[in-house]
Design a protein. Structure first.
Lengths: 98, 138
């Protein structure tokens, strides 16, 4: 490659795209957008651990309530994992200017 | 009409009966300008290469800006943490005030310290971020 064009690369985008490829905003707006998801993650984790603990306590004493609590424990555990994938384990690209 | 005009400008002219449309004012607090040196070959004063655009993932952003594993590090999570601590310390002041003034004074110091951390962390992790540019994929 010619030395003059060493920083030039071939790239492309879909012309018929109905939404922009990149969205420019501020750090604050982006943070507030995902803060709600992060709070949901914390809330679902609390529900999951609470329900699983309650289920373990109740499953022999009040079996029907214990089984229901264990069901909700795993239900919220799945939601917790979903929220993790949306927030702290997300691999979507973000570019921040200094 | 010249070739510089895009479809939007032309459409606005048609709507306004041929008069050029007023330039739209951009709210720079919502979409601040981001200048990126595309051909930066020189280095900064300390010898580091020019690096004005940080390309990372959302997960890293959330961990760095919100997660609160070490509140002293400073993040939006630290605002919540110190807000809670400051109210706990304030209640402790009220509870110990009638028992020992010296113990209450210690809790008063902790209350003030925690509240100052709330203000500092909010300033650097929320207010300051309102004018900082960010680009993310749709």
């Amino acid at each position: 490659m010619d030395e003059l064009y060493k920083n030039v690369a071939v790239s492309g985008t879909v012309a018929e795209a109905k939404r922009p490829m990149l969205i420019m905003t501020t750090r604050y707006n982006y943070m507030m957008e995902h803060l709600l998801e992060y709070k949901k993650m914390i809330r679902y984790r609390l529900y999951a651990y609470g329900a699983l603990g309650g289920g373990a306590l109740l499953v022999l004493a009040v079996p029907i309530a214990g089984i229901a609590a264990l069901f909700f424990g795993m239900y919220y555990y799945q939601l917790y994992k979903l929220q993790r994938a949306r927030t702290v384990e997300n691999k979507r690209t973000v570019m921040i200017g200094h | 009409m010249n070739n510089k005009n895009g479809l939007k400008e032309v459409a606005a002219q048609v709507k306004t009966g041929g008069a050029p449309a007023a330039a739209q004012r951009q709210d720079t607090s919502k979409q601040p300008y981001m200048f990126v040196p595309l051909e930066a070959t020189k280095t900064l004063a300390d010898g580091k290469p020019v690096h004005s655009l940080n390309v990372i993932t959302r997960g890293d952003i959330v961990k760095e800006w919100m997660q609160d594993d070490s509140p002293r590090g400073g993040s939006l999570g630290a605002v919540y943490t110190y807000f809670f601590y400051s109210w706990v310390a304030l209640i402790a002041v009220l509870l110990t005030y009638g028992i020992s003034l010296y113990v209450a004074a210690v809790f008063a110091y902790i209350t003030g310290f925690c509240w100052s951390e709330v203000l500092l962390n909010y300033a650097w992790s929320a207010e300051w971020f309102k004018d900082k540019a960010l680009v993310h994929t749709a």
